[in-house]
Ligand binder design. Structure first.
Ligand code: KG4
Ligand code: ZN
Length: 330
């Protein structure tokens, strides 16, 4: 079954064609990073306009790269949330137009759950149940994926998401947008030995809590300035990363012990420190670790096409032309 999938939740216009949930025939991403970089972050109105300008070209390119025509597509899938409402609406409208004009089913999935499916593409042998650490710009959750459709939240963030903390910290350090990648690359040159606060501060009442980390970094920078001391930005990045990531590693490994399988999903799963630390700790604990290929960590449509296939098999997620964007969809 060939699914044409669309993802437009934030600053990337994406279309992909996925066969039977695991085989990516094409995967096209038009990134708006250069546009938003001028403003230091994503400007929602500009994102929507850019999606409108590029969506048709990106869909055509997905067909061209797969060597298929519109008639070869069996269903169209779209992530109709979570994300920026105006941005999501562009993908939803394009998917509805395709479904209507070609007479194929329309499947709506959650962008966050689709991140989990990035693992099905990278690991054709991976099947539920497993535990997944979902770490993106808007979400930080540990979930138990019991089958392809159903999952249960084990732990989540009480405030900011991990990716958001990376982006905010990068802004404070003057590293610009997108922040996560900038901090990741600077961290490699730094020593992770600054104590902003104890690791326990990332955990509050059984939840992750990232809102204090940015303040702790600002306080550190201000006190160094008052004392006339130089700050080594690479060391700050490496130390911030350790503070942000270690609790994810700890609780991820702990939660996956029983089932023996830990997957990771979302933009922060591209972080090199997280990937390295999880490889070490999962090996020690005898847990099989699943890390999506870097290309499938951040937003893409292939993951949407993968999840949509499993939804279709289960008779779930079938939408009609009243489908709307759901900015807070989980
Ligand atoms: O999943 P994603 O592409 O979009 C959302 O659904 O939010 O995740 C984007 C987030 C951003 O906060 C970005 O800073 C973070 O993922 N990110 C990273 C890295 N690459 C992207 N964070 C840390 N290290 C990275 N290498
Ligand atoms: Zn995402």
């Amino acid at each position: 079954m060939n699914i044409l999938a669309i993802e437009s939740s934030c600053d990337e216009t994406c279309a992909a064609i996925v066969r039977d949930g695991r085989q990516v025939l094409s995967d096209v991403v038009f990134s708006q990073i250069d546009i938003h970089r001028l403003y230091g972050g994503v400007v929602p109105e500009i994102a929507s306009r850019s999606h409108t300008e590029h969506i048709v070209t990106v869909m055509d390119e997905a067909l061209r790269q797969a060597g298929l025509t519109k008639g070869d597509i069996d269903a169209v899938a779209v992530a109709n949330g979570a994300g920026l409402v105006g941005a999501l609406l562009v993908g939803v409208s394009a998917a509805k137009a395709f479904a209507y004009s070609m007479g194929v089913p329309l499947i709506a999935v959650s962008h966050i759950r689709a991140h989990v499916a990035a693992n099905y593409i990278t690991y054709p042998e991976l099947t539920p149940p497993f535990v997944c650490l979902v770490v993106s710009g808007g979400h930080t959750m540990l979930i138990e994926q019991s089958d392809y459709i159903n999952s249960r939240v084990l732990m989540e963030t009480a405030d900011d998401a991990a990716g958001e903390a990376f982006d905010k910290c990068a802004r404070v350090l003057g590293l610009g947008y997108p922040g996560g990648v900038a901090i990741d690359s600077r961290s490699g040159f730094g020593k992770p030995d600054i104590e902003f606060f104890k690791h326990a501060s990332i955990i509050r009442g059984g939840s992750f809590s990232y809102s204090g980390l940015k303040t702790a970094v600002i306080n550190y920078l201000n006190s160094a300035k008052q004392r006339g001391e130089d700050v080594n930005i690479d060391d700050v990045c490496a130390s911030f990363t350790r503070h942000a990531i270690e609790p994810l590693v700890h609780f991820g490994v702990m939660s996956a012990r029983a089932v023996g399988k830990l997957a990771v999903a979302g933009g922060v799963s591209a972080n090199s420190y997280l990937r390295r630390r999880l490889m070490i700790e999962c090996e020690k604990a005898g847990i099989s670790l699943y890390l999506p290929k870097l290309r499938y960590c951040t937003d893409n449509a292939a993951m949407v096409g993968s999840l949509a296939y499993f939804y279709h098999q289960a008779g779930e997620g079938i939408a009609d032309l009243t489908l709307n964007a759901e900015p807070n969809k989980l």
